[in-house]
Design a protein around this ligand. Structure first.
Ligand SMILES: Nc1nc2c(ncn2[C@@H]2O[C@H](COP(=O)(O)OP(=O)(O)OP(=O)(O)O)[C@@H](O)[C@H]2O)c(=O)[nH]1
Ligand SMILES: [Mg+2]
Length: 214
């Protein structure tokens, strides 16, 4: 897929205020600092589109970006930010879980995992939660430029093995780097295929709903 246009649409702290769910949507999620916003910029080819930072906890809201005027990329706040208070973490959980569970147009959750780390409990738990909810997801291993491909492969194998404790089939995965653009084409291709099967939920696709968005 060629990305011809990518524009920021809105930031939300309330699930009730999101754009009407009439376009295919892909949520990028993972631990704080894993590289979600950077990957979104790489995929869209727009450097400053999603705000990135070396300090974890940069993305705080649900951010919608419209691609090729037809589908959305959603940048979400990272989970597992060590310095967040218990109350903040609980608030995050509720907010994001409500979004993921209720968003009718969500086609796939892109779960970002740092390719350099041993399987993290918080990532496995999150995948298990997605599995329990029956939400479709893929794994996106990030920052592959920071180590050898042998190390990346080992770490992916470990993560997939850990997931097999709860899943019958390991989910599809991508290896990426926002520095070298590794994995960019594959992810866009994957999204393109899913987009082709997207149908606007009929009860939502009234001209009124669509009109509200445009
Ligand atoms: N070398 C390298 N660095 C990366 C890559 N992706 C992200 N980074 C760096 O990692 C840091 C965090 O990146 P972000 O994209 O802001 O991470 P995030 O997951 O959006 O973080 P939060 O919004 O805080 O949850 C930044 O300093 C990026 O430059 C990558 O593929 N390779
Ligand atoms: Mg971010």
């Amino acid at each position: 897929m060629i990305v011809k246009s990518a524009e920021f649409i809105c930031s939300n702290s309330q699930v009730s205020k999101l754009p009407p769910p009439v376009k295919a949507e892909y949520a990028f999620i993972g631990r704080s600092n894993v590289g979600k916003s950077s990957l979104i910029n790489t995929l869209t080819g727009k450097k400053g589109l999603a705000k990135t930072s070396q300090t974890p906890g940069k993305t705080q809201l649900i951010n919608h970006f419209l691609i090729n005027e037809s589908w959305y990329i959603v940048d979400l706040p990272g989970y597992g930010y060590a310095r967040a208070s218990k109350t903040e973490k609980a608030k995050w959980d509720k907010f994001i879980h409500t979004y993921l569970d209720k968003r009718e147009s969500l086609q796939c959750v892109m779960v970002l995992i740092d390719s350099r780390l041993e399987p993290q409990k918080i990532d496995l738990e999150f995948c298990n939660w997605l599995g329990e909810k029956g939400l479709s997801f893929v794994l996106v291993f990030t920052k592959a430029d920071k180590q050898s491909s042998v190390k990346t492969d080992q770490s992916i194998a470990k993560f997939r093995k850990a997931l097999m404790a709860t899943f019958e089939e390991a989910p599809q995965f991508f290896i990426t780097s926002s520095e070298t653009q590794l994995g960019r084409e594959e992810i866009l291709e994957f999204i393109d295929v899913v987009n082709q099967n997207f149908e606007v939920p009929t009860f939502l696709g009234s001209p009124l709903e669509r009109g509200r968005e445009e």
